[in-house]
Design a protein around this ligand. Sequence first.
Ligand code: NAP
Length: 303
Amino acid sequence: MAWHILGAGSLGGLWAARLARAGLPVRLILRDRSRLTSYQRLGGLTLVEDQHASLYPIPAQTTADATPIHRLLLACKAYDAEEAIASLAPRLAAGAELILLQNGLGSQDAVATRLPRARCILASSTEGAYRDGDFRVIFAGQGFTWLGCPTQPAAPLWLADLHASGIPHQWTDDILARLWRKLALNCAINPLTVLHNCRNGGLAAYPQEVAALCNELSELLERCAHPAAAAQLRDEVERVIQATANNYSSMYQDVAQGRRTEIAYLLDYACHAAQHQALELPHLQRLQQRLRAYLAERGLPTQ
Ligand code: NAP
């Protein structure tokens, strides 16, 4: 069965190249004819690993293609997910499976609500990749991908494809706890790196600000019924700040390059959840206001 991959960007490209080189059938889905023409002109997708570039001539199509889709890796940004899936909905076969690679929370529910008959599998990945040109992906950081499905917890057989492709992964019964934990880590680190204009390691200079956010995020996770995701959050945040001291957070990079951020699926989602639980989290709310103001000043979308 073919792997359809929507979004031949950083993570989509990284998955596509590894699946294709393992001999598995992969089809890239590009947004329109002009993107398809650009892709065909380049002769395929390039993946750069350890400074070694390889070209993968993976077949590509547009969303308008008519072939049915049984398995789809949705690899666009969270803010594009709902619209992208709407354009593909007519092509999804009965019982189709979707793997949602989006960071944060909120986009997965929006997609699942639109497709009540599809099986939505959620993913949380720490792999790192970026694009340094059109259809050219740099594999920047080894990582790991957790996968799980809150409504149908049995592991799918196609995990063997990921194994064969060397994609480090594990199936989990509690993917929501993994996604909440990552959301909390992102909320404690990423907005502050933007506001203080620093690498992750620069946050070592603001221990009280980080600690206050960690306390509030732990409270939120517990109230949202994810106590495991709340455990030792502050310790892990401090470890991540140290271990990734030289890195720029994804939100920092988005802002630095004038790109839209995924704030709506990270900080905004956390603030909405707090409001829903009638929880007062003043540091988190203040962080949201400061970040929105910072983005607005730079002409970037504030949600
Ligand atoms: P990205 O490099 O910007 O790639 C997104 C791709 O989606 C682009 O190629 C874009 O097409 C495509 N796309 C958007 N809407 C589309 C549509 N309607 N039809 C077809 N293609 C469409 O993003 P990314 O970095 O891979 O991130 C994807 C998700 O993974 C995000 O939620 C991110 O937070 C998460 N994530 C990323 C990393 C990482 O290291 N990159 C790590 C962990 C998690 P165009 O090229 O035409 O714009």
